[in-house]
Design a protein around this ligand. Sequence first.
Ligand SMILES: [Zn+2]
Length: 154
Amino acid sequence: MDLQEQQKQHALDLRYLRMARIWAENSYCVRRQVGALIVKDKMIISDGYNGTPSGFENVCEDSNGLTKPYVLHAEANAITKIARSGNNSDGATLYVTASPCIECAKLIIQAGIRRVVYGEAYRLADGIELLRRAGIETVFLDVDAERTSGTSNR
Ligand SMILES: [Zn+2]
């Protein structure tokens, strides 16, 4: 990629990541809201946010305020949504508002996703490390910092 293409990709990455953040607002989880988008061939082919499986009550936390063990992460919801569609995520880019955990990193690798753009560093970096070991490109973007720095190119 030449410099112009890189700048174009960077601007697109920022926009998709902002969209993922807006998508996270769908989550009914109280403790943490995470959104994910999967983009392939310049099309959004899937989306997800953290929440309980289909058919379960829309409550993520138990009476002690702890996240229920069967809550699916945004990445897992976005990847499994493709499993029910006629599409596939081979070669796709995943945009997620928080860095993936190790369980989601395994799914990302097996789903054939080639790039992961994330917006918030999780306290554990083992998910990102696993992705890198698998040769997946990982890109951290600070959406808020980019927005205030005024470096957008048009
Ligand atoms: Zn996860």
